[in-house]
Design a binder for this molecule. Sequence first.
Ligand code: HAM
Length: 427
Amino acid sequence: MANSIQAIRGMNDILPDQTPAWQYLEDRVRGVLHAYGYREIRLPILEKTELFQRSIGEVTDIVEKEMYSFEDRNGDSLTLRPEGTAGCVRAGIEQGLLYNQQQRLWYMGPMFRHERPQKGRYRQFHQIGVEVFGMAGPDIDAELILMTARMWRALGLTDVSLQLNSLGTPEARGRYREILVAYLGQHRAALDEDSLRRLDTNPLRILDSKNPAMQALIEAAPRLSDHLDEESRQHFARLCALLDAAGLAYELNPRLVRGLDYYGRTVFEWVTTRLGAQGTVCAGGRYDGLVEFLGGRPTPAVGFAMGIERLIALLEETGVSFPSPDPHVYLVTVGERAEAHGLVLADRLRDQLPGLRVLLNGGGGSFKNQFKRADKSGAQLALVLGDSELDAGQVGLKPLRGGDQETVAEAELVARLQGLLAAHAGQ
Ligand code: HAM
């Protein structure tokens, strides 16, 4: 036998047993998005490398070491999207969706980052993301956050909490950056290798370090919240007031800085303690400068993205159950006449009982074999068609989870099925 080829590390197959959870999550989240008037946008998975370099930032982890970039046959450098915001902004500018307009958009799909795979961190992972353009005030920040809270309720998730911070304007952040670099510079000896490197390139990210040896130093560092510009301070105060008025709890986290360069003012993360190290299930913030930076007219913008794999892990951890895709009915047919009639009968049932899931036996087999398959399929009922049933204009009906077999006239089958399935659903 030839060597079998395996999937790429960190890129998962999502098997039929797992897809009910994905569909549950996607349906519920989509329902909330539509209830808030958000519209779907579908974007390419490949973009020019430059788009991500410019928007996410040259000295971020993603651009420095995590992108799947390659030259295509024309010699252009392309990259598998590591996130959705950059492509959405690119499309918004290119398609004229942004100028003088308000847009509430969402998207869903795979993202790619060459990170070290571990539980909750993959190289191909999936996000549902939201981007809003053309609204500068904190009211829309609040709407986004309240919408995510509704999503957790719709999904049946309780163990998530909201962390909130403001990064101020780029100018205020620039001033703070100098203050921070001066402070960290005085403590060079205490910095780890990563932080020493970041001291010159991206010092704010040092605040995000998870290294236990650096926590005391970080705790004592000057705080960005003490150096915000006045407008950002007011924006943030109003956002907090709106969340308070809506009764939504949050924690102010002055160390929340995010790993992408495009953010300014509001940033937030939803975190859980139930998933170990990869506990951030949803994250986002404001990026008012990005549209202009990528060549559009100045346009305020804010958004977030949630990690589907992490949310599913949390749903499983929480014990949420998902709607079963198992068939209601398995149709057993023995003999050529029954096989032919079975195809027609199955379709008639699907027509007359919308939503009914009918699995038709395929590939022949004895009664015994077919019943084994029926059992394995998870169906509640087997319908049995053989020559004798056909001759009598009847169908055998056998509950597969206990109960007696009966025979019904084909003309009464729909009514009988309705009764049986309703009784089953009510159990
Ligand atoms: P992000 O924080 O890089 O932000 O990713 C958002 C979420 O995607 C994370 O909180 C996490 O749940 C999930 N995620 C990220 N990387 C991985 C991974 N390797 N494996 C599994 N899940 C992962 C963004 O991507 C921004 N574009 C969000 C945004 C939209 N900001 C404004 N608009």
